[in-house]
Design a protein around this ligand. Structure first.
Ligand code: F6R
Length: 611
């Protein structure tokens, strides 16, 4: 949730830290801070400010106000202690000799705090992180690494840590457990970061830290140790993401840019995997015999990725006839899931770092399942712990509300469904070829939907004053409505719910009154008549209905709905991929008209690395 960046080199650290933090702000944005080693015998220079990074940046004149070539920076999403200057990171020890930035939660901080207070250590913040700085200082007797190691033996919880000590002004120590942290190898400088986008301007050579790894960075190199403090060599990976991909490039918001990038992202995701009417996955982890032995597929994910799972259930069951269950990752590990070696568990995660999804993965593995994951961020924790990872190749997604992450996940699930369906012989070659041909046309059709965005903007201008909006749909349209509703509520703060249309009469219809805005998703051909009936029902109770449907159904829909949003006709299983685009745009324009902070909605963060 929080963002960490660290630099050790020969240039002024502070401007580099602030620039890195600006790329991590999507991870947390309630306060920010930096600590820089001012030089031998000079102590640490620590600066923190509540609010957006901009506040800190102005305070430090873009970094020019702080001298020193080694430093750590942090952008916070508060867990323990409200956003405030004092609760911001870096947290320092009582003598201000040790400074720490932290992402994660120290579970036994109350106990540790009591222990330290008994020894006379005063605390100033409400954070769990302050105990880390104080504990390291408590154990410090001239050897920073030994003190860190001793502190780690006392700490329980999850953490990525960047640690500075005034006595070692040319060193930075980094530690990781259950929270992302990467090492960046530069020329005459080295880095730590929560996410590669923070250091992409300086290096593309990175190493992924594993749980328990400790790294000591100087400008000359990086030495890594495992949890037993034995030296280890880290593999270096070259990252080929474009720097521009993580910048707004003239667009008003990352979300808008990422919505428009979807056709291109889809092409990158689809084209290397579809050849001659068939799907190819390199080194697929399951042999045809193993695929035939699968008795159940469990899709586990959070938020929008879970909504992909809801669509995926229909797609996978239709094409494989294998039963599919979809579970929220936060529930999965506490429900004693019925999972064994005949279960294929599919974890879907854009970031690859969502703590609940990671915990679900480990729970499923413990129960003997094979783990397949759909992930965007290369080298992320979920990717590395899966038997097989299918990368979405959407490029960096910066806006907190996912768009291109969702769309690419969706097509990858479809590709997986075709692949498994063909292997199981539940889909004919002809059927698969026709579906894949249409899939290849999808990015062009998506471009056509995007080209019609002025109409959506107009509809948003008629709708943004509503305080509650309902989304209705059946089957695939219901699954799509769930995502449309989440997009709207998370960025516009309008209360919104998605219902399976058939459930209306079982309670929800009592909420429909004169003027209620209903977004009716009616794209799925086989259930179109039923979608129409439900629209007529809510209209009869005074609802104002915006209907999403395919071009071939526009006329009939226009006869009952207040306004219609058309999408091109396509294969039934691909409808959610086209239908979601107007819903994303609708949410975007509504939020824009309400003056919301679209890329950084309140209380949210991009990568949810706490439970
Ligand atoms: C909503 C959104 C979230 C994420 C969820 C899971 O727009 O982005 O609901 O989908 O936090 O994140 P990942 O996919 O990174 O595991």
């Amino acid at each position: 949730m929080c963002g960490i960046v660290g630099y050790v080199g020969q240039e002024a650290a502070c401007p580099i830290l602030l620039e890195g933090l600006s790329r991590l702000e999507y991870r947390g944005y309630d306060s920010a801070g930096v600590a820089v080693c001012a030089g031998a015998g000079e102590g640490l220079s620590v600066h923190k400010a509540k609010g957006r990074l901009q506040v800190l940046s102005e305070l430090l004149q873009g970094g020019a106000a702080v001298q020193g070539e080694v430093g750590i920076g942090h952008t916070r999403w508060a867990t323990h202690g409200a956003p405030s200057d004092v609760n911001s990171h870096p947290q320092v020890s009582q003598s201000r000799r040790i400074a720490v930035v932290h992402n994660g939660i120290i579970e036994n901080y109350v106990e540790l705090r009591a222990f330290l207070m008994e020894k006379g250590v005063p605390f100033v913040s409400e954070t769990d992180t302050e105990v880390v700085a104080q504990l390291i200082e408590y154990f410090y007797a001239g050897d920073l690494l030994a003190a860190v190691d001793q502190a780690l033996h006392r700490i329980r919880g999850t953490y990525a840590l960047g640690i500075l000590c005034a006595d070692c002004p040319d060193q930075l120590v980094a530690v990781r457990k259950d929270n992302p942290l990467i090492l960046g190898w530069g020329e005459g400088c080295n880095f730590i970061a929560s996410d590669v986008t923070a250091i992409l301007r300086h290096t593309r050579e990175v190493s992924y830290m594993n749980d328990g790894d400790i790294a000591v960075l100087s400008w000359e190199g990086i030495q890594c140790y495992n949890h037993l403090m034995q030296p280890i060599a880290k593999e270096r990976v070259h990252v080929d993401w474009e720097v521009d991909a993580a910048e707004k490039g003239g667009y008003p918001h990352f979300m808008f840019k990422e919505i428009l990038e979807q056709p291109q992202a889809l092409r990158r995701c689809i084209s290397p995997r579809v050849r001659d009417g068939a799907v190819y996955f390199e080194d697929f982890c399951l042999s045809p015999e193993e695929i035939r032995a699968v008795q159940k597929i469990y899709i586990v994910a959070c938020g929008s990725s879970y909504h992909v799972g809801m669509v995926g259930k229909y797609q996978l069951e239709k094409l494989t006839r294998v039963p599919v269950e979809v579970a929220l990752a936060s529930e999965f590990r506490y429900m004693e899931p019925i999972v064994d070696e005949h279960t294929l568990v599919l974890i879907i995660s854009q970031s690859g770092e969502t703590l609940d999804s990671m915990a679900a993965l480990r729970e499923a593995r413990k129960r003997g399942a094979k783990i397949l994951s759909i992930v965007n961020v290369v080298g992320s924790s979920i990717a590395r712990e899966s038997d097989q990872v299918l990368y979405t190749w959407a490029g960096p997604e910066i806006a907190v509300a996912t768009t291109k992450g969702y769309s690419t996940q969706l097509v990858l699930v479809l590709l997986l469904a075709v692949y498994l369906g063909r292997t199981l012989d539940r889909v004919s070659e002809e059927e698969s070829r026709a579906l894949l041909e249409e899939l290849v046309r999808l990015p062009d059709k998506m471009e056509a939907v995007l080209a019609g965005r002025d109409h959506i903007q107009y509809l948003a201008s008629q709708s943004f004053h509503h305080s509650s909006i309902f989304f209705l749909g059946r089957n695939l349209d219901y699954a799509m409505g769930l995502e449309g509703s989440l997009k709207l509520k998370e960025i516009s703060y309008i209360h919104s719910e998605a219902y399976a249309s058939g459930e209306l009469k079982h309670g929800t219809i009592s909420l429909i009154e004169e003027g209620t805005l209903v977004v009716a998703v009616g794209t799925y051909g086989p259930l179109f008549e039923k979608a129409m009936s439900n629209i007529i029902e809510v209209k009869a109770r005074g609802a104002n209905v915006l209907a999403l449907t395919t071009e071939s159904h526009v006329d009939r829909m226009a006869a009952v709905a207040s306004a219609v949003i058309p999408i091109p006709d396509t294969h039934d299983l691909l409808l959610p991929s086209l239908g979601i685009v107007p819903l994303q745009l609708f949410a975007y324009y509504v939020a824009l008209m309400r003056g919301c902070d679209i890329d950084k909605p309140r209380n949210l963060a991009k990568s949810v690395t706490v439970e």
